[in-house]
Design a protein around this ligand. Sequence first.
Ligand SMILES: *Cc1c(COP(=O)(O)O)cnc(C)c1O
Length: 360
Amino acid sequence: MSRVYNFSAGPAVLPEEVLKEAAEEMLDYNGTGMSVMEMSHRSQSFQEIIDTAEADLRELMGIPDNYKVLFLQGGESQQFAMVPMNLMKNKVADYIVTGQWAKKAAAEAKKYGKVNIVASSEDKTFSYIPDCSDLPISEDADYVYICENNTIYGTKYKELPNTKGKTLVADVSSCFLSEPMDVTRYGLICGGVQKNIGPAGTVIVIIREDLITEDVLPGTPTMLQYKTHADAKSLYNTPPAYGIYICGKVFKWLKRQGGLAAMKERNETKAKILYDYLDQSRLFKGTVEPKDRSIMNVPFVTGSSELDAKFVKEAKAAGFESLKGHRSVGGMRASIYNAMPMEGVEALVAFMKKFEEENA
Ligand SMILES: *Cc1c(COP(=O)(O)O)cnc(C)c1O
């Protein structure tokens, strides 16, 4: 068996230890004589899985008691609708547009109310994070929305925007659990788990209790109300059970690694190896304003689309998977999530050096 170094932006690499544990438990989970996929979501065994997952996530992130943790479905894209449907009481929200995902979220919210784009980095192909220290936040805004790490463009907020007292909502899909977060600064944090936590199909929402009300937009389906899922502790209907089980294993793995502070240190070291090389390379160049660089998604180019294609092809043949940039931007992108080992980044840089010598 040989595993590649998988640099996919999502679904993405998972810790090998977790995959092995899941494989061992596939036919008989904990003496139940069945896999977690075959188990009733109302069983004692599954209740323990979801309760443990929530408790471990709370411990890892330091989630205060006045926040609910919800395990939902529908991808992060469904949150683009759920957020306005549940939070737009005044039917006004402010969006900061730093990439395709924030843009899509803003477009979806427009269906339900007035959306003000209070800042954008579209003028320079989303290669930076705008200054958000003094934005024209709307007096009557129900919330301010950000995409905290821009998966496609490789930018990350190093400081949260000054929302002038308004509720902050953040899509953290591609930086979830990559470093510690101060949960109290947000009203709602949401993310699809397939980038940095688990298999596609599960979305985690962390929401402050006062934002969970029955006062939602008229016609909001039962399944799209946070209250439905908060009241039923994520078991209103059949949850994405296997996904939650794998997320739970990743939470345990993160605890064994030393928690989120240790992950941050390791992620910064990994990213530095790649950025330091890019900064001195004669062939490759990073595309993002250095101060706004993501430590999860690292886009780069050679300047020639033929050379880019040649690089992606030769890298794949050498065991470096999914380095092609997003279809909307081209070039290359290395996603170096929590589960990408240091050796993977070192091996990639060695391969890039060799390619540079042969092609520069
Ligand atoms: C991948 C991604 C999404 C979309 O997630 P789906 O689960 O496919 O809907 C949204 N936001 C960010 C930041 C992403 O990286």
